[in-house]
Design a protein around this ligand. Structure first.
Ligand code: SAM
Length: 286
């Protein structure tokens, strides 16, 4: 299916006719490529039993494609100036709702229970505002386990970190936090030229499939998430150096010895199970 909204002339005309401009402070880069829109929607594998949450519908290029395949689309848009234009663009559809709110402020479980409880599956699909990509993803993953799949456009560098494997330059606390809950795959790379206005960086679409049953379980999840951030605080330093401001030398040395990890190790050499074991060790021995 080809949509009517996601193309250069429609976006330019919608902005001009409504006296709007793309607001940098809200990360507004409107997608204008029907092939990429198809790739995003196809990779999410949505049907009429699926409710979709979209963050930042903008002018509706992705929303119209979602509405045509999903049972219902619940959108959160921070920019009130866009909403009347968005609703006019979507006038052929009645299976959506736009909530005028900052996604970071939303009580997501309450909204899901009130608005989307009748659908068998719940996914999130979005072309994210890049200035808050990480807080959005980590915030939602920590607040709810009701969303089973995330398909998101984001800047390439963040996508690489999310999909980062141990011993690569992209591997960091974000890679591990995502791995704790989901399998991450990069769906495609997206050139900056397909947006209005073009951002300064290229993008990529990433898909997260949440584990149906918990695959990993840290004793204290809050401690685990704080701990991995601390471990990667300064990449060039060893793990011992990154931890030594927060824990005693004795505890760190004993922890490494008891877990058969060499004292010169750097965080990028460890995998998720190592980090869970180390976090649990500290929780048990503090
Ligand atoms: N989905 C549209 C598209 O693909 O053309 C627009 C994507 S644009 C990259 C990001 C969208 O997120 C904009 O519509 C912007 O106003 C909205 N946005 C930015 N910050 C937001 C926030 N905190 N909560 C909800 N929406 C936000």
């Amino acid at each position: 299916m080809q949509g009517k909204i996601g193309n250069t002339s429609f976006v330019n005309k919608a902005l001009k006719d409504n006296d709007l401009y793309a607001k940098k402070k809200f990360g507004q880069n409107f997608l204008t490529d029907q092939n990429i829109l198809s790739t995003i929607v196809d990779s999410a594998e949505i049907d009429k039993d699926t409710a979709v949450i979209e963050i930042g519908p903008g002018l509706g290029s992705l929303t119209e494609r979602l509405c045509s395949v999903a049972g219902f689309v619940l959108c959160y848009e921070i920019d009130g100036d866009l909403i009347p234009v968005l609703k006019n663009n979507l006038k052929d559809f009645n299976n959506y709702e736009v909530v005028h709110k900052d996604i970071l402020e939303v009580d997501i479980n309450k909204d899901i229970d009130e608005k989307l409880a009748n659908y068998k599956k719940l996914y999130l699909v979005a072309n994210l505002p890049y200035y808050i990509t990480t807080p959005i993803i980590l915030g939602l993953l920590s607040k709810t386990d009701k969303i089973k799949r995330y398909v998101m456009m984001m800047q390439l560098e963040v996508a690489d970190r999310i999909c980062g494997k141990p011993k690569t330059k992209d591997y960091n606390a974000l890679s591990i936090a995502i791995k704790y809950r989901s399998d991450a795959t990069r769906v495609c790379k997206v050139p900056r030229t397909v947006f209005i206005p073009a951002p300064n960086v290229d993008s990529a679409v990433v898909k997260l499939d949440l584990y149906p049953d918990k695959k990993y379980q840290a004793l204290d999840e809050k401690h685990f998430f704080d701990f991995i951030r601390l471990c990667f605080n300064q990449r060039r330093k060893t793990l011992v150096n990154n931890l030594s401001g927060d824990y005693s030398k004795e505890l760190i040395n004993k922890m490494l010895e008891d877990n058969s990890i060499k004292p010169t190790v750097r965080s990028e050499e460890l995998d998720i199970v190592d980090f869970i074991n180390l976090s649990n060790y500290i929780v048990n021995n503090k």
